[in-house]
Design a protein around this ligand. Structure first.
Ligand code: IPM
Ligand code: MN
Length: 352
């Protein structure tokens, strides 16, 4: 099979972790007789520096023409402490999500048997954790009207959702629940927010179409608490953009390191696969970043975008093997036992 993949390395550790995912993907492709055609394109601060904007049209064209997008990370500290910056790398990410119609962000949280004791939570609390947070990605407060009033002394951001936006996300949630344990948790703040009440009303209306799925409705503050108490009691969760942003960061460290969790963004046009961690500028260029989240994102890409399940399983298997054998970066072991980013990538590619 011919696989056309847009490669958006982005900023910070993005290029380093992407390079390892490319090695591993190429090794898998070789093993299974596929041919990957990678098309690199600019995004983030790297794109601002080169062409003045974080998601140029040329990059969008590359993404639209590809079968899948593999994405590293976006963000640069020189913009973070400058609230007056008019162009920001993150705008590129939001523009890309909107223009590609990526309304659903699939963020799994699972544990690795060999890493159970690296988790900040106790073993008995996390054993068996295997959940998916389905985050709405192109609506809500991220894309609502915002601005300043009162000579700049008052600021506002608005959260808007339409029934249709909620339905298309919830539909994916119900379908995903049907392929798993048939449990779906709708996370909102319906005791306060009108948008949350529309979420709850919409999902309640959809329950009759999926009589086998058991739906629970929980408030986001309570979920934030239960996620660290009983993560293994959840299965599929659906939620709006900002709540999903926060809860998925919280959930991502349950496995032991933020450098482990992959994600997929799906919707209208080309699907995009990216690690959950950000650009981690402190580690950029040091060859220490954990490439596994990106490598596992490539596995999700093989499975979801190309329906190549065996190939995805081959990647997951070699990742598990590297963890079991201690071929890991310094976020998971003491510095003196750690392997470099590139060494982990080389090992995975050689052993796939
Ligand atoms: C994420 C990131 C982005 C978000 C930022 C970089 C805009 O935190 O993908 O979760 O908030 O969606
Ligand atoms: Mn985030």
């Amino acid at each position: 099979m011919k696989l056309n993949i847009a490669l958006l390395a982005g900023d910070g550790i993005g290029p380093e972790v992407i390079a390892q995912a490319v090695k591993v993907s190429d090794a898998v492709a070789k093993k299974f007789g596929h041919e990957i055609n990678w098309t690199p394109a600019l995004t983030g601060a790297a794109a601002i520096d080169a062409v003045g904007e974080p998601y140029p049209d040329s990059t969008h064209e590359v993404c639209m023409a590809a079968d899948a997008v593999l994405f590293g990370a976006i963000g640069h500290p020189r913009f973070d402490n400058d609230p007056k910056a008019t162009v920001r790398p993150e705008q590129g990410l939001l523009k890309m999500r909107k223009k590609l119609g990526l309304f659903a962000n699939v963020r799994p949280t699972f544990t690795f048997p060999s890493l159970i004791d690296s988790s900040p939570l106790k073993r008995e609390r996390i054993e068996g954790t295997d959940m998916i947070i389905l985050r709405e990605l192109t609506g809500g407060i991220y894309f609502g009207e915002r601005g300043r009033l009162d000579n700049g002394n008052t600021a506002f951001d608005t959260c808007t959702y339409t029934r249709a936006e909620i339905q298309r996300l919830a539909k994916l949630g119900f379908e995903m629940a049907m392929t798993r344990s048939k449990r779906l948790c709708c996370v909102d703040k319906a005791n306060v927010l009108e948008t949350s009440r529309l979420w709850r009303e919409t999902v309640q209306d959809m329950e009759k179409d999926y009589p086998e799925v058991k739906v629970t409705y929980e408030f986001v503050d309570a979920v934030a608490m239960r996620l660290v108490q009983w993560p293994n009691t959840y299965d599929v969760m659906i939620t709006e953009n900002l709540f999903g942003d926060i809860l998925t960061d919280e959930a991502s460290v349950i496995s032991g390191s933020m450098g482990l969790m992959p994600s997929a963004s799906i919707g209208v046009h080309t699907s995009l696969f990216e690690p959950i961690h950000g650009s981690y500028p402190q580690a950029a260029g040091k060859d220490i970043a954990n490439p596994l989240a990106t490598v596992l994102s490539a596995a999700m890409m093989f499975e979801d975008a190309f329906k190549l399940k065996e190939e995805a399983e081959a990647i997951r298997a070699v990742v598990n093997k590297s963890l079991a054998e201690g071929i890991v970066t310094e976020d998971l072991v003491g510095k003196n036992k750690a392997y470099k980013t590139t060494e982990v990538g080389d090992w995975l590619a050689a052993n796939v």
